[in-house]
Design a binder for this molecule. Structure first.
Ligand code: HEC
Length: 258
């Protein structure tokens, strides 16, 4: 009878082990960068610098106490201008965004720090910040990410993350992990939580409590990634397959062992 065999890393040719290792190193770095990016663009949306459920609620469903402009200035646009000027704009918003103060105080800041990207001639998809009437449109209640943006981000997320976890998971299938269900859970979990993560971005608009599902999904995805990454790197180079497993799995012909 033909037994289906686990081809452990140990039996893979050196070239494949080097390839797997390099892919994992780059993915590991990419994952860290992605974490920094999430932090940078969401953490200070509320006034607290830590990343919290509140930050995600603001990002996806909006901020009942703030304007779109303020959320952008505290979030993804916070590095676009010096803090003093940011505080000037936020103070102006809090004071009621009086239009008569615009020309003297706010206009020049927008002109200097925002207009190079936020102008219809440069990028028609971004809010126009080149004139007072247009800026006033962003000084209204923050309704969060619109459906158009969410759909664009979702499809990129769904496709790219599936690629990352297919490749990482495929490498990890060559590891020896018992019980088998644990191995399967680690492989399947990222795909399951990818769906709950993306779905919760939309659901947070309906009920902000779904921000916790976004956080939980991200945490599970990170744990699975870390588990598969560490196990694979360790077993690729430092692990001796137990003797009884070696017999059970059966050795491949020596041609595979160079
Ligand atoms: C280097 C180019 C660039 C500069 C400079 C820039 N932005 Fe942006 N801005 C973007 C891009 C790209 C987006 C869309 C991506 C995103 O939402 O993160 C955006 C999005 C926004 C949004 C919409 C966010 C939303 O929720 O839809 C606002 C409001 C905004 N920026 C305000 C500003 C302000 C105010 C400044 C100046 C202090 C500024 N931006 C400077 C590129 C820029």
């Amino acid at each position: 009878m033909n037994k289906v065999r686990l081809v452990h890393f140990t039996y893979l040719p050196m070239s494949m082990r080097v390839l797997f290792t390099m892919v994992l190193l780059v993915f590991g770095t990419g994952y860290l960068m992605a974490m920094i990016q999430v932090w940078e663009s969401h953490a200070s949306r509320d006034s607290n610098p830590m990343l919290s459920a509140k930050d995600l609620m603001i990002a996806y469903s909006g901020n009942p106490e703030g304007t779109k402009l303020e959320s952008a200035l505290r979030g993804p646009m916070s590095d676009m201008l010096p803090k003093e000027k940011r505080d000037v704009v936020i103070a102006w918003l809090h004071a009621g965004a009086h239009e008569d103060e615009y020309a003297g105080k706010i206009g020049p800041i927008m002109e200097e720090h925002c207009a190079m990207c936020h102008s219809p001639g440069v990028n028609p998809h971004l809010p126009d910040l080149t004139n007072q009437a247009a800026v006033m449109k962003t000084a209204v209640k923050d309704e969060g990410m619109n459906i158009h943006t969410l759909v664009r981000v979702s499809h990129i997320h769904l496709f790219s993350i599936t690629f990352i976890f297919f490749i990482t998971g495929y490498i990890f299938t060559h590891a020896h992990v018992r019980p088998t269900w644990l191995k399967c859970v680690a492989l399947a979990a990222p795909f399951a939580v990818l769906i709950t993560d993306v779905a919760s971005w939309y659901l947070t608009k309906v009920w902000t409590g779904f921000a916790w599902v976004v956080i939980g999904s991200g945490a599970i995805m990170g744990l699975s990634f870390a588990f598969m990454w560490i196990t694979s790197i360790y077993q690729l180079w430092f692990y001796q397959l137990p003797r009884e497993i070696e017999d059970e799995e059966g050795q491949l012909p020596s041609i595979h062992r160079d």
